[in-house]
Design a protein around this ligand. Structure first.
Ligand code: ZN
Length: 458
């Protein structure tokens, strides 16, 4: 985790890209330029599926294909932002670093202009250096995963370059829908949700049922892309077929309904939310249909126009661990569950090689402003719902908060969840980081950074 030290700190804000390709249109009104591209990323080899440690064999088929999709936005004065969405569990820190380095050298893009998002589907491939300790991977699988991940990094860069090469005038509008299949999984045990719903009982606990929508149309009104989000784990399915889970079904439904348009899903702050009940393809299809219907309904409302102005800012902050595990603690973990054993063996090997263990993580936070008032915050890791509720209260109900962005390294608890404890307080034994807790002030550190960045993009 130390190798990114030089990158720590404030990223340059709103750099004007000189001599950008794709000159502004000769229209009377200056407009956005948008470029859209996509690439199929369904593994062709039998890779291990990501997200669940209980799987005992690689993928055996495809329910539907996995996609990587890119939207590039450029203002008349050359400001740029790049959104990547993907049917993946989440990018690891080494992959994020590799992609940012290549996008800088090949496309002149700075880190604060790049938002690398994932749906967090649990039916996508394991990626390099991501949760290795929970899977029973042999050397052959690791080699396949590393090779796929390197190809994927190249695909991300090539797809961004593809989108950049085809910028055309565009009109942007935003809106907000709603759907309610996301359930607070800490408050509503999975086994009880069926019964609670059957007797029309109220499900409890904080939730965020908003469906933020960004419509990208040609000046003639043709829908070219629709970006949407939802704060809920993409965990309806847990079998052995590739799929984008409910987010995959939603994107398929929208693209079928709007031929020629690209539908792009990014995950919200749904780390403590599950689609319940679950585990059946018909339920996954149902949730995809519900989400797509929320987007469709929003597209039929008067959406808010977004003026072609853009500010982008970001920081990598040092998010400290409460305590780094030491050798005696790691040796004691050799008697614990299999995840902890694998983590302990790996970290003890690092210590034996003379490497020190990190005392914190370089955590990515971003804030973008589209037009006058569309604020878009993105946070790394598995972010619990309290963050989106807090930022919407602070910055306005139309604020978008994307989780699982850029680097998914662990769970990101709020102060409340940190104090309550449980899986969403960190799950470091799953992610393999050398600690068992963030510091108690994690929410204030992140909120403080967001506050600074929001000021910068005003
Ligand atoms: Zn998760």
């Amino acid at each position: 985790m130390r190798h990114a030290r030089l990158l720590l700190g404030i990223w340059i804000v709103g750099t004007v890209v000189a001599a950008a390709p794709g000159a502004p249109p000769a229209a009377a009104e200056p407009t956005w330029l948008a470029g859209i591209a996509k690439a199929k990323i369904t593994p062709e080899q039998p890779l291990w599926l990501a997200g669940y440690g209980a799987r005992d064999r690689p993928a055996e088929g495809t329910l539907h294909d996995l996609w990587l999709k890119v939207l590039v936005l450029q203002t008349p004065d050359g400001q740029r932002a790049v959104v990547v969405t993907s049917d993946l569990l989440g990018f690891s820190q080494p992959m994020y670093e590799a992609v940012c380095a290549e996008l800088k050298s090949q496309c002149g893009l700075d880190r604060h202009q790049i938002m690398l998002t994932a749906s967090h589907t649990h039916s996508g491939p394991v990626l390099r250096d991501a949760l290795y300790d929970i899977y029973p991977l042999d050397e052959g699988q690791v080699a396949l995963i590393e090779a796929y991940s390197r190809r994927l990094e190249k695909t991300v860069v090539a797809t961004v370059a593809d989108a950049l090469s085809q910028l055309t005038p565009a009109v942007l509008r935003t809106g907000k829908g709603s759907t309610n299949f996301g359930v607070n999984r800490r408050n509503n045990p999975q086994a009880q949700v069926d019964e609670l719903l059957a007797r029309s009982a109220e499900l409890t606990g904080p939730v965020d049922h908003d469906v933020p929508v960004l419509a990208v149309r040609s000046p003639q009104g043709e829908l070219r892309a629709v970006l949407f989000s939802y704060a809920c784990h993409c965990t309806t399915l847990s079998e052995y077929e590739w799929s984008g889970d409910y987010a995959g079904f939603a994107q398929i439904a929208l693209e079928r309904s709007h031929p020629g348009a690209v539908a792009m899903f990014h995950a919200g702050c749904g780390a403590d939310q599950n689609p319940l009940p679950r585990r059946e393809v018909r339920l996954c299809q149902r949730y995809g249909d519900m989400l797509a219907a929320a987007v469709e309904a929003t597209l039929r409302t008067p959406l808010r126009p977004v003026a072609p102005r853009l500010r982008t800012a970001g920081e990598l902050i040092e998010l400290p661990y409460e305590k780094t595990l030491d050798k005696p603690e790691l040796e004691a973990a050799l008697d614990k569950d299999v995840y902890q054993q694998r983590r302990a063996r790996r970290l003890l090997r690092q210590l034996a090689e003379g490497k020190s263990l990190a005392s914190g993580h370089h955590y990515p936070v971003q804030a973008w402003r589209l037009g006058e008032d569309q604020l878009w915050i993105s946070l790394g890791g598995e972010v619990v719902v309290d963050y989106s509720l807090r930022f919407k209260q602070t910055y306005g109900a139309t604020t978008w908060v994307t989780g699982y962005a850029n680097d998914v390294m662990a769970y990101i608890p709020s102060r409340r969840v940190w104090e309550e404890g449980g899986y969403e307080a960190g799950a470091f034994h799953v992610y393999g980081l050398p600690t068992d807790r963030w510091t108690p002030d994690i929410e204030e550190r992140i909120a403080g950074t967001v506050g600074r960045l929001v000021e910068q993009v005003k």
